[in-house]
Design a binder for this molecule. Structure first.
Ligand code: NDP
Ligand code: ZN
Length: 351
């Protein structure tokens, strides 16, 4: 079978591989909808997780099950399923400790296009099928459902990490597809003010539709100054980081009230250290908590977040701005994600 792979740092192309083997708890799936991710860009062009050779890329998909192992109870060939980007080993001790995304080691629940071949292929392998697959709900658009693989759960995990409470003022730094889902999640969680930081006009427009009360353009001046001005010098209760770089943390800490929390879901592809400004962190005593996390993954999360789409509480399909057809166009869709033209939010490929 063929797959679109990272050939080495900075290099992509098609590879030919053996069909994946289905273990007793696993499934083999055929993609129906695929989406490239900014994380694929960090992985290939920044070499953020190190060198990988001929590793098939991709971790966002809706698919059809073609084979299941003998222990799989809830899925069968022909089922249409949502594939979470993170597919933990559910019987690991890390999962028992509540950190399934790190099952087998730090970030090791993120298997696709990290530790094993990803989903940009004619067929791909899913471990722990009963724990990781979720049925595509009847009548749900598979393109919108593909946003459940990573964009919705990651953006919403930023909201969980920042622990947004009713009436909180929240800054969301970065309003690409992930940050937009943080805006939507913060609104669902009951935030009062949501300051969305970004610049691309269609992201700004969508941020407003998802619940942003204020827009802050980081290209037009220091975001700390802009947020402080908007909050009468008080700052915000919560900050979610879904864009920027290692220097963004200093800004987040400075705009955060004492007792506030920062939730980071940004994948820091470059830079050796994150600097914490001493005074703004209360000389170490400011009760300003910083949490950063990989999306938790798994079936329950997919099913619960899918129910938000089914009931009309969330319209994740609005993230999709570019559509391609056929597996052969996945390279083109990935390059779009790399080049980030101004009108792009999220591209998908239907197969
Ligand atoms: P995008 O590149 O589409 O969006 C990034 C956003 O950050 C844009 O709104 C951009 O603004 C803004 N931005 C860029 N630089 C700055 C800056 N200096 N200050 C403030 N804002 C800035 O990314 P995605 O939404 O696709 O992904 C966001 C991050 O989440 C990525 O790093 C991705 O790898 C990561 N990720 C993490 C996962 C996890 O499990 N933790 C899973 C999936 C993704 P502009 O409008 O100008 O473009
Ligand atoms: Zn992703």
């Amino acid at each position: 079978m063929k797959g679109f792979a990272m050939l080495g740092i900075g290099k992509t192309g098609w590879v030919e591989k053996e069909k994946p083997v289905c273990g007793p708890m696993d499934a083999i799936c055929r993609p129906i909808v695929l989406a490239p991710c900014t994380s694929d860009i960090h992985t290939v062009w920044e070499g953020a997780i190190g060198e990988r050779h001929d590793m098939i890329l991709g971790h966002e998909a809706v698919a059809e099950v073609v084979e299941v192992g003998s222990y799989v109870k809830d899925f069968k060939p022909g089922d249409r399923v949502i594939i979470p980007a993170i597919t933990p080993d559910w019987n690991s001790v890390e999962a028992q400790g509540g950190y399934q995304m790190h099952s087998g080691g730090m970030l090791a629940g993120w298997k696709f296009s990290n530790f094993k071949d990803g989903v940009f292929a004619e067929l791909f392998h899913v471990n722990d099928a009963d724990g990781n697959l979720a049925l595509l709900p009847e009548g749900m658009d598979p393109v919108a459902a593909c946003m459940l693989s990573d964009m919705v759960p990651t953006g919403f995990h930023g909201v969980e990490l920042a622990d947004v409470q009713f009436g909180d003022s929240v800054t969301v730094i970065g309003i690409g597809p992930v940050g937009l889902m943080s805006v939507a999640g913060a609104a669902i969680r009951g935030a009062s003010s949501i300051y969305a930081v970004g610049s691309r006009p269609n992201c700004v427009q969508l941020a407003k539709e998802y619940g942003a009360t204020d827009i802050v353009n980081y290209r037009e001046g220091d975001i700390v100054e802009q947020i402080m001005k908007k909050t009468d010098g008080k700052g915000v209760d919560r900050v979610i980081i879904a864009g920027g770089d290692v220097d963004t943390f200093a800004q987040a800490i400075t705009m955060l009230k004492p007792g506030g929390k920062i939730g980071n879901v940004n994948y820091l592809g470059e830079g050796d250290y994150i600097k914490i400004p001493r005074l703004e962190w209360g000389c170490g005593m400011g009760h300003k908590i910083i949490a950063g996390g990989l999306m938790p993954g798994g079936r329950l999360r997919m099913e619960k977040l899918a129910s938000l789409i089914s009931t009309g509480r969330l319209d994740a399909g609005k993230l999709v701005t570019h559509r391609f057809e056929g597996l052969d166009s996945i390279g083109e869709a990935l390059m779009l994600m790399k080049d980030k033209p101004k009108d792009l939010i999220k591209p998908v490929v239907t197969i």
